[in-house]
Design a protein around this ligand. Sequence first.
Ligand SMILES: [Fe+2]
Length: 123
Amino acid sequence: MENKCEEDLFCGINRAKSLDPNDMSDLEKKHTPVIEINGPIKEGETLQVSVEVGKYMDHPNQHGHFIQWIELYSGDTFLGRADLASERTQPKALFSIKLDHLHPLRALAQCNMHGTWEMTKKL
Ligand SMILES: [Fe+2]
């Protein structure tokens, strides 16, 4: 099927072509939500998970251009969401989660000028 979204950042979900920041474009570095896990990964145990946008390259944080929200999922299961203000709030969210199943974690982040971006991290 033809991908009609190719040139439109607001059509569908954007994903970096590589997980390696050395192989990412500046646009990808600025928008990819980076998932970091603190603590042992075990079913039924509480995990501390941070999701940060702009970790590889700072994303603008101005009223006219900023990260509006960050969401975290376990596979397709919603875990949490942070709605963010421009300028006064950095695009980073911390979640404490307890999982019954170790599906990959998925983070989504929305830039008001460059659409929705996703990163997946296997547990
Ligand atoms: Fe942006």
